[in-house]
Design a protein around this ligand. Structure first.
Ligand SMILES: Nc1ncnc2c1ncn2[C@@H]1O[C@H](COP(=O)(O)OP(=O)(O)OP(=O)(O)O)[C@@H](O)[C@H]1O
Length: 602
């Protein structure tokens, strides 16, 4: 039982995981801790030997040489250990980053990344590096080393003191050891894992990112938010410090009791030693050694080790904890094994699908039924928040439905191999990713022949943007940034390229929202051509594009309210027609010199 509890302690987890940063380095670090811990009492003993030799008029050469050697070892080992500690700290940070990154990317779902509690946990776990309320790992490890050396020196001194009397080290070790127990709460921030701390960390981190990341830089300046973000960052950090201080404040009673215990033990031992030395019961050389080690035993006291260890061990424990919690929150109900190759060949069917996001009560979808014939195109329209993007996420299996099922050719999507299924799907989400990579990698992140990349760029009207090797970010040498519409074309090219490489389903969530009207009409026509024969699902508020697809589905109250072709829904005279006409009132249909029709504002 106690073993389990001990292993669960964050300090144990910290030390047990140190070798992961590099076995030889961790072993050297421990060896130097041991060496530096015993050197001071050994030095005290050699001092005693020198005094004894002088007093006894025997040769002082041997004791002096020994003393010199110990002194040199003391001097050399300190800077060496500092370097080893820093380097170990860097490596520990590196594996913590690896672990944290793996915890975030390994789960097949995305629930863990959209969960507010876990988002806070991830920020707290990153404390080992961000150091918002404590030093980072490479600074903390030398502190921990010094603390351990002090503790070891204290114990070794107590062992030497056994030569004087058994009760002396017992009294000192008990008194100094009791300070750990009495003052412990002032070092350990027990309630660090609370909502308040999580929230303050999250806000501090966000305010920091607002200040340093390029995307918010425009609004920050235009809306005069620079001072606001700085103040917010400082205020949240202050709040974290205050929370830490309040939780780890020294309590007067514990402090007073520690002082009484320590004073009584030291006075007792030193007075007895002084008496024995003056009476001649203990020779001078030995008395000097015992006095030194009695003082040395004080290094056992509660101190820097406790503070540094808590600061380093808490984020390590948080990172280790996230392995489980993130895996659980990002879990899918099951990982299917059936092949997804060639699917869908007949249809995709949403059968009575319901869905609520984790930790929320609101049913975004409630008993939605929808069949999409393979190879056809379907547009999903509906008001903001109707659940259109959620449908797309479910189809990509980023979440599983909470009720009902999505079937592909009659097989539950949950039974299909998830990785294989995703390789069948190409998606451009509303908030698509702008990879800080080359244009080529943006179009084909996993690689593709240049012919495919160029053809995809041409289909998306993005073949003129830049040479394929250009990095799409001005933060890199020779890099280039694109306009919103140009980025959208690149994202569309990514989907087209995936289709050329074998994807059978294309999901386009507001794919043309940032394109100018002429570009939208042209690109959408080319896109439909490039994805002909592929099941295409388009989410859009732009009815000028929506009307070109085979069928349109209106989602309302978590269900399909209307389904049919543009002509069918117009003659139905329901929701779709109202929405279409509302938008059409504001536009005129125009054709350009190539005969491409597009809307212009009246
Ligand atoms: N990760 C999430 N956690 C909790 N609720 C969410 C999450 N994502 C979306 N929602 C909620 O689910 C509902 C549907 O969102 P969804 O993004 O699917 O709407 P949408 O129809 O695509 O809207 P829009 O037209 O504005 O893009 C909204 O009420 C939204 O607040």
């Amino acid at each position: 039982m106690w073993r389990v509890r001990f292993r669960e302690r964050q300090e144990w987890q910290f030390f047990a995981n140190l070798p992961r940063a590099g076995r030889p380095l961790a072993a050297s670090w421990w060896a130097l801790v041991g060496l530096r811990a015993v050197l001071p009492p050994v030095f005290a003993v050699t001092t005693g030997l020198v005094i004894g030799a002088v007093q006894g008029r025997s040769s002082t050469t041997g004791p002096l040489v020994a003393m010199g050697l110990v002194f040199v070892a003391l001097q050399v080992s300190a800077p060496l250990h500092q370097t080893v500690s820093e380097s170990l700290g860097h490596r520990v940070s590196a594996w913590l980053y690896d672990d944290l990154t793996a915890s975030c990317v390994d789960p097949p779902g995305i629930g863990h990344l959209e969960d507010p509690t876990l988002a806070g946990d991830i920020t707290v776990a990153r404390e080992f590096d961000s150091g918002h309320h404590g030093p980072p790992m490479e600074v903390n490890l030398p502190f921990i080393a010094t603390g351990l050396i002090d503790l070891g020196t204290g114990v070794a001194s107590a062992v030497v003191l056994l030569g004087y009397a058994w009760w002396a080290p017992l009294a000192l070790v008990t008194a100094w050891g009791a300070t750990h127990w009495l003052l412990r709460e002032s070092a350990v921030w027990k309630d660090r894992n609370t909502d308040v701390v999580r929230e303050a960390s999250l806000h501090a981190e966000y305010a920091f990112r607002l200040a340093v990341d390029p995307p918010p830089a425009k609004e920050l300046r235009v809306f005069g938010l620079a001072d606001w973000s700085l103040e917010r960052f400082a205020q949240r950090r202050r709040q974290l410090f205050d929370l830490q201080q309040a939780a780890t404040r020294l309590r007067e009673r514990s402090l007073a009791l520690s002082v009484v215990l320590v004073t009584a033990a030291n006075v007792g031992v030193l007075a007895a030693l002084a008496h024995d030395a003056s009476s001649g019961a203990v020779p001078l050389g030995r008395a000097v050694v015992y006095a030194q080690v009695a003082v040395g035993a004080s290094l056992i006291a509660f101190g820097g080790l406790n503070w540094a260890l808590d600061g380093a061990a808490a984020p390590v424990a948080a990172v280790l904890r996230l392995r489980t919690t993130a895996r659980e929150a990002g879990r899918l109900s099951r990982l299917g094994t059936e092949s997804a190759a060639g699917r869908p060949s007949a249809e995709i069917r949403f059968r009575d699908v319901s869905f609520a996001y984790p930790r929320t009560d609101r049913q975004v979808l409630r008993g939605l039924d929808l069949t999409i014939p393979a190879g056809s195109s379907l547009a999903i329209v509906g008001q903001n928040g109707a659940g259109k993007t959620t449908l797309a996420k479910l189809l990509c299996r980023l979440y599983d439905p909470t009720g009902g099922a999505i079937e592909v050719d009659g097989t539950d999507l949950r039974d299909l191999d998830v990785v294989e299924w995703r390789s069948r799907v190409a998606a451009v989400f509303q908030d698509f990713t702008r990879f800080e990579l080359s244009l080529r990698e943006n179009v084909a992140p996993l690689g593709a022949p240049d012919d495919d990349v160029l053809a995809a760029l041409a289909a998306a009207g993005a073949d003129h943007l830049a040479p394929l090797d250009t990095v799409l970010s001005t933060q890199y040498a020779g890099g280039l940034d694109l306009s919103g519409g140009e980025w959208q074309r690149v994202a569309l090219a990514r989907a087209v390229c995936a289709v050329r490489r074998g994807a059978g389903v294309v999901l386009l969530d507001e794919p043309t929202a940032q394109l100018d009207v002429r570009g939208e009409a042209q690109i959408f026509r080319r896109l439909l051509e490039a994805t002909r024969g592929v099941t295409t699902i388009l989410v859009s508020h732009r009815f000028s594009t929506v009307r070109h697809v085979d069928r349109i589905c209106v989602v309302e109250d978590g269900r399909v309210a209307e389904l049919g072709s543009h002509a069918e829904l117009m003659s139905l005279g329901g929701r779709y027609r109202t929405m279409f006409e509302l938008q059409a009132q504001r536009f005129d249909l125009t054709a350009d010199e190539e005969g491409v029709e597009y809307d212009v504002l009246r």
